[in-house]
Design a protein around this ligand. Structure first.
Ligand SMILES: Cc1cc2nc3c(=O)[nH]c(=O)nc-3n(C[C@H](O)[C@H](O)[C@H](O)COP(=O)(O)OP(=O)(O)OC[C@H]3O[C@@H](n4cnc5c(N)ncnc54)[C@H](O)[C@@H]3O)c2cc1C
Length: 452
């Protein structure tokens, strides 16, 4: 059994009204609010102070104040995913970039753009679509989610298959450190590579090293057209194996789908798929002739499976429903596992054995697997057995060179299991970075891997 995470009986040692008063006095009435309910809720607390800086300099001054007062800060974007992570060991203040949301620069001719952290990815991509360009990232979640939050969590979605992860598109970053100092890394264009590694360091640091204030991206041209193709295995007894083998064969071929998703039955959404069968769904984004040639190739490779090309309307419906249903409230449990792509059949088979009655989805091209289950799913097990079940799957993923992350679970389960799992020797390196960048553990204390 894993060590339960450290908890603090009362994370607030400073009265919230004092913090609120101080912030309002310094920055103005509208810059801080006392919020109750689900908005910006971090860890089951009932109320929290949330500050909303509107300029980078204001963010810097707020962090400087927090540093002086020794307030522990929870960095936030739109606050749509603050439930993810271990419970903070201490927390006094949430600082949100929701109002730090301008597009600073957009140069269609250079295929580059610079945005403030709170800019919504959906809105930015709507703007750039006018010039047939986009940041090719499609993370799951609420459309309000911010670009800063996407970078801080290194979030990607099905398009990762062709376009990679946020690290591949970020070329420059401005951050505000725990003491309020501002620093920049990288540049506005790809060739300005000084500090490029720092961009990579901040990407996926979950707000534990610094607050992201601004980012520069290279953009991609929007593909001219798209089609979606679905494969089902003829032999229903060996569906998982046949479809996984097909996914590996497609990955090794010249077929280059933009997304390749393995979807198990039991989905709660109105996906235009057979609800009783496993499916492998391929999304092609390209010139129409190239797509047709790729579909011909995929048909040849997957000749032993049933296949169909969705109508334009069904394809659009599928991808919208697929995204929305991933983060729907119906799922009380959501786990993300990883394994080498070739290990996918084994991992999915482990999952169906150890965690029956769950819904499994995977980025079949890169071995990222998501497991979703409704509330009540673990009701047949005693409280202690529930955590053991999940720990067993975590071990199975580790044995296949991967990891299990708890994206969403009941408080009862997260109180017994570390959200991130063991990271081995990397923990020492991460602790050293935390000590260097945030020596007083002021940002997101205790929320990340290895208690960082
Ligand atoms: C239910 C659910 C499931 C999800 N599942 C997945 C998934 O499977 N895969 C995936 O890749 N993504 C997933 N996401 C994440 C999502 O795609 C976004 O990355 C996330 O919601 C960020 O949006 P936000 O602005 O609301 O960030 P918030 O929810 O406000 O913050 C998210 C995290 O980023 C940090 N953060 C936010 N802004 C900053 C900043 N400016 N500087 C420093 N740190 C910051 C916060 O401290 C926090 O740790 C999921 C989201 C939800 C709601």
């Amino acid at each position: 059994m894993e060590t339960p995470q450290a908890t603090s009986p009362n994370p607030y040692t400073i009265p919230l009204d004092k913090i609120l008063h101080r912030l309002r006095e310094m920055f103005g009435e509208d810059r801080a609010q006392l919020l109750r309910g689900a908005e910006f809720r971090v860890a089951g607390e009932t109320e929290r102070v949330v500050a909303f800086p509107q300029q980078r300099e204001e963010l810097s001054e707020m962090l400087e104040l927090a540093h002086r007062e020794r307030w522990r800060v929870i960095p936030a974007g739109a606050g749509t995913w603050l439930e993810m992570g271990n419970k903070p060991t201490q927390m006094h203040l949430v600082i949100s970039t929701a109002r730090l949301n301008r597009v600073v620069e957009y140069e269609p001719a250079d295929l580059t753009g610079t945005v403030e952290a709170g800019c919504s990815l959906t809105e930015f991509n709507q703007l750039t679509a006018k010039h047939r360009q986009f940041i090719p990232l499609d993370p799951f979640g609420d459309p309000r989610l911010t670009i800063g939050g996407t970078i801080a969590t290194a979030s990607s979605g099905p398009l990762r298959c062709a376009y990679g992860t946020p690290r591949d598109w970020l070329v420059g970053i401005t951050v505000v450190h725990a003491d309020g100092k501002i620093s920049k890394a990288g540049g506005k264009v790809v060739k300005n590579v000084a500090g490029y590694d720092l961009c990579k360091l901040y990407t996926g640091s979950y707000g534990t090293l610094a607050m992201i204030a601004e980012m520069s991206f290279k953009l991609r041209a929007l593909p001219a057209s798209e089609k979606t193709m679905v494969f089902y295995a003829d032999d229903q007894k060996n569906e998982i194996e046949l479809l996984s083998t097909l996914a590996v064969a497609l990955s090794d071929s010249d077929v280059q789908p933009a997304a390749m998703e393995f979807v198990s039955p039991g989905h709660n959404a109105s996906l235009p798929l057979d609800p009783h069968r496993h499916a492998l769904v391929l999304r092609f984004l390209n010139e129409p002739e190239t797509i047709n040639a790729q579909i011909d190739d995929a048909t040849r490779i997957g000749g032993y499976c049933q296949r169909s090309v969705l109508s334009e309307a069904d394809a659009a419906r599928f991808w919208t429903a697929y995204h929305e249903s991933e983060t729907a409230d119906d799922w009380a449990y959501s786990f993300r596992l990883s394994a080498l792509p070739a290990e996918l059949p084994g991992l999915v088979a482990d999952l169906t054995q150890v965690l029956p009655d769950t819904h499994v989805r995977a980025h079949a091209g890169n071995g990222v697997v998501r497991v979703l289950a409704p509330l009540g799913w673990l009701d047949n097990f005693k409280t202690k057995e529930r955590a053991r079940k999940v720990a067993e799957v975590r071990r199975a993923a580790q044995a296949r060179g991967g990891q299990l992350l708890i994206l969403r679970a009941t408080p009862e389960l997260t109180a017994q299991l570390d959200v991130w799992g063991e990271v081995g020797p990397t923990a020492n390196l991460m602790r050293a970075l935390k000590d260097k960048y945030d020596p007083q553990s002021q940002l997101n204390p205790g929320r990340f891997v290895a208690g960082i």
